[in-house]
Design a protein around this ligand. Structure first.
Ligand code: EPZ
Length: 428
């Protein structure tokens, strides 16, 4: 398994390129099932999760190959299977996004329940309830979610929680349904807007994405085309926090600043300065950051995917900070790892009380999930001494060329392969 070795304490500055959004690319790749035409996607990040989604599409009977850097050619023509393979879905829960498109196209779908992961049980009840509302008969059979429908009829659906995945699955299921579907209490993330724009580019009729109510007018069929995926706002946000806590100035290129309002506001409250223009942001904080309070919420609230990174920055900030995680029930796996580096953190139910310390001390630590892993790398970069991060496969699910990009900013960092097996199960 790979490990990342870091010698901390070096100020980081310079320019870094942000890649395409993983969490937009994955549902958009699933949505290609809705047409038998060829689809060309660009600005697709070269990540393990994207490779996994390609394998899922191929297992279903489609084809997917890289045409050039960041460019995928996908064609789901001919005999598309209704069943997604367990061995792939268990490794990446986003594979569950194929359920809506399969149900929409075949009126049948058999997809393994994705199961939980380090950050929570990750149920899919909201997805399944929505499929039933559209007229599907849903059952659980041997760990698979099964949905069958004679017809999918547009209807009103109210989500118990603005689930990103459920909103996306239901947008895709409703695209070819008969009549109009209204999704209330929908997720409003930029990735929802991107999926809606992609579906509309294929001939769908979707309005209201980015707001709490999405309207889908079912159409008879969808066609192929070309589409460029938005920049990855969590990749960009991670580097914004890094530039602040490692002093900068650090310029993030190819980003979309309008996706970073909550993150930038919090960093500015903590004492960082951020200059914004068009597709770039420059962040710096010559002195020590000040503590602040943050609560994760569905977009446009503060993003849960940025919680671990901010906890690292707050752990060396002046004063006390409160970090409350309201989206996932178990997204504090990095806390114990940070305490091993000298952070002064105490969990009180869903809130971490962060008492800022002068500095962290390098140590061997482990990545528990994608964003916590990135946070541990950030902690190693700002700590005194040497840090070794294991279970790097988590990080490589969502951060393209992370070590190379950090080296370009002045970090003393390298990735090593060794014979050790994973110290956690392979579920992601
Ligand atoms: C998406 O996951 C993202 N993943 C996550 O990013 C992100 O953290 C999350 O949205 C929230 O923003 C992708 O887009 C591939 P949810 P998703 O459904 O869709 C509960 C990363 O680091 N819930 O919005 O699975 C659920 O348990 C990943 O890139 C139900 O109860 O998130 C959770 O507590 C991590 N029933 C909350 O809603 C359901 O049917 C939010 O989940 C669905 C969700």
């Amino acid at each position: 398994m790979a490990r990342i070795l870091i010698e901390g304490g070096h100020p980081l500055s310079g320019e870094v390129l942000v890649g395409g959004a993983k969490n937009a690319a994955l549902p958009i790749m699933a949505a290609t099932i809705l047409t038998s035409d060829t689809v060309h996607l660009s600005n697709i990040p070269r990540l393990n999760d994207v490779e996994t989604m390609q394998k899922v599409l191929r297992a279903l009977g489609g084809s997917s190959e890289w045409e050039d850097a960041g460019k995928l050619k996908i064609k789901c023509n001919g005999g598309i299977q209704e069943e997604a393979p367990y061995e792939l879905v268990k490794t990446m829960r986003a594979s569950f996004f194929v359920m809506g498109p399969l149900l929409s196209r075949l009126k049948r779908a058999r997809v393994p329940l994705p199961g939980g992961c380090a950050i929570g049980t990750r149920p899919v009840n909201i997805h399944l309830k929505g499929f039933e509302a559209l007229g599907a008969k849903v059952s659980i059979d041997g760990g698979f979610a099964v949905a069958v429908a004679d017809r999918l009829i547009g209807t009103g659906i109210h989500l118990d929680f603005p689930s990103v995945g459920a909103t996306e699955n239901l947008m895709m299921a409703a695209s070819l349904a008969e009549g109009s579907t209204t999704i209330e209490n929908a997720a409003q993330e930029p990735e929802i807007i991107d999926l809606g724009n992609f579906l509309n580019s294929m001939g769908a009729k979707i309005q209201g994405t980015g707001g709490p109510t999405i309207q889908v007018e079912g159409v008879h069929s969808l066609h192929g085309g070309n589409y460029r995926v938005i920049p990855d706002r969590i990749d960009a946000g991670t580097f914004l926090v890094l530039g602040a806590v490692a002093h900068g100035p650090l310029t993030i290129l190819n980003a979309n600043p309008s996706h970073q309002i909550g993150v930038m506001a919090k960093l500015q409250e903590m004492g960082a300065t951020i200059a914004v223009n068009e597709d770039r942001m420059t962040v710096e904080c010559p002195g020590r950051l000040r503590g602040a309070d943050v609560k994760t919420l569905p977009y446009p609230g503060f993003p849960t995917d940025m919680q671990a990174q901010f906890t690292v920055a707050m752990s060396v900030a002046q004063g006390t900070s409160l970090v409350t995680e309201s989206v996932f029930e178990n997204r504090f796996m990095h806390i114990a790892e940070l305490v091993r580096m000298g952070a002064n953190l105490n969990i009180r139910d869903r809130t971490v009380v962060v008492n800022g310390v002068e500095k962290l001390i390098g140590a061997p630590v482990s990545a528990s999930d994608l964003r916590a892993g990135a946070a541990m790398v950030m902690a190693g970069l700002i700590a005194e001494g040497h840090t070794e991060v294991s279970n790097v496969f988590h990080i490589e699910r969502g951060y393209e060329n992370l070590v190379e990009r950090l080296s370009g900013l002045g970090a003393n960092i390298r990735r090593i392969e060794d014979s050790k097996g994973p110290t956690e199960n392979n579920r992601r």
